[in-house]
Design a binder for this molecule. Structure first.
Ligand SMILES: NC(=O)c1ccc[n+]([C@@H]2O[C@H](COP(=O)([O-])OP(=O)(O)OC[C@H]3O[C@@H](n4cnc5c(N)ncnc54)[C@H](O)[C@@H]3O)[C@@H](O)[C@H]2O)c1
Length: 258
């Protein structure tokens, strides 16, 4: 059985992942880490300052992290120190934090990192890439909507969309919202909505004269992210050290967007 530990165990994603791991015969949930101690699905949740002691005793094969960016960097370092493979779903990393994460992982442990673990979004990213390639002259507007508690903006998934557009079209200016007198140039408009319990909506509009094409993805339940993360935890076992994307897990042809 694959031993799994969850960082951010008492959060929205951590609780969903814990349930799925606990219900899967291939996995054994060995415990969790969160800011405060507690328990979930019959195992102990330790406070984050005790992560090294917890990992030394529970010896997980894989650590799944859905926390906040600053915490995730520390959790990743700790997991790598204890030779645990990693699944990282946390978003909102700065470039410096990304470099720190790469340094902790490369040459040490295998890790799957993705701003979105849903199968649908990984296909959606490929469709966006293809549309950008086919419609280079069209105006582009990216919109995302999430629940009222989401901390980072725009979402990691939207940032991956912007990275895909830059890769296909060359780097363009991003316009985050609009107000007042503004002439449209070649920028990409980015719009963020926060409210209620929206699980995660993303859309990319390509607007030309007399027509628009809109690609969109809507998640109705966070179990789509959790199922993908657990699938990645199974896949990552025995892989060479290094950073992989969900496209590698799903065996999608083409670039594995993260
Ligand atoms: N990649 C994906 O598919 C995907 C999907 C959904 C959410 N996310 C991301 O996952 C992260 C968590 O989302 P959420 O909705 O579960 O948030 P949440 O706020 O419900 O949960 C985060 C949990 O992390 C805990 N935490 C904070 N600091 C910690 C530390 N040092 N050690 C351990 N735990 C710590 C918090 O106490 C909280 O319980 C966010 O970055 C979000 O954007 C990613």
């Amino acid at each position: 059985m694959i031993k799994v530990a969850v960082c951010g165990a008492l959060g929205r994603m951590g609780m969903t992942i814990g349930r799925i791991v606990n219900e899967s015969p291939e996995f054994q949930l060995v415990g969790g880490i969160d800011l405060k101690p507690g328990s979930f699905y019959g195992v102990e949740v330790f406070e984050s300052s005790k992560i090294d002691d917890f990992l030394a005793v529970s010896k997980p094969d894989v650590v799944i992290d859905f926390t906040v960016a600053a915490a995730a960097v520390e959790n990743i370092r700790a997991a790598a120190r204890h030779n645990a493979a990693l699944i990282v779903g946390t978003t909102g990393f700065s470039d410096i934090q990304r470099a720190e994460i790469a340094k902790a992982i490369e040459g040490h442990v295998p890790a799957v990192i993705s701003s979105n673990f849903s199968i649908g979004v990984n296909i959606f990213w490929q469709l966006v890439r293809e549309a950008a390639r086919l419609l280079p002259e069209y105006d582009i507007e990216v919109t995302e909507a999430h629940h009222r508690y989401k901390k980072d903006a725009p979402s990691g998934t939207a940032k991956t969309i912007l990275q895909i557009l830059d890769e296909e079209l060359g780097e363009k200016k991003k316009q985050y919202g609009r107000e007042g007198m503004m002439e449209r140039g070649s920028e990409i408009g980015v719009h963020v909505i926060r409210g209620g319990d929206i699980v995660g909506d993303h859309s990319v509009m390509f607007a030309g004269n007399f027509e628009t094409i809109e690609l969109s993805h809507r998640a109705y339940d966070r179990s789509v992210f959790a199922q993908g993360a657990v699938k990645a935890a199974y896949w990552v076992m025995g892989k060479h050290p290094g950073i992989y994307g969900m496209g590698d897990v799903l065996n999608l042809t083409g670039k594995s967007d993260r």
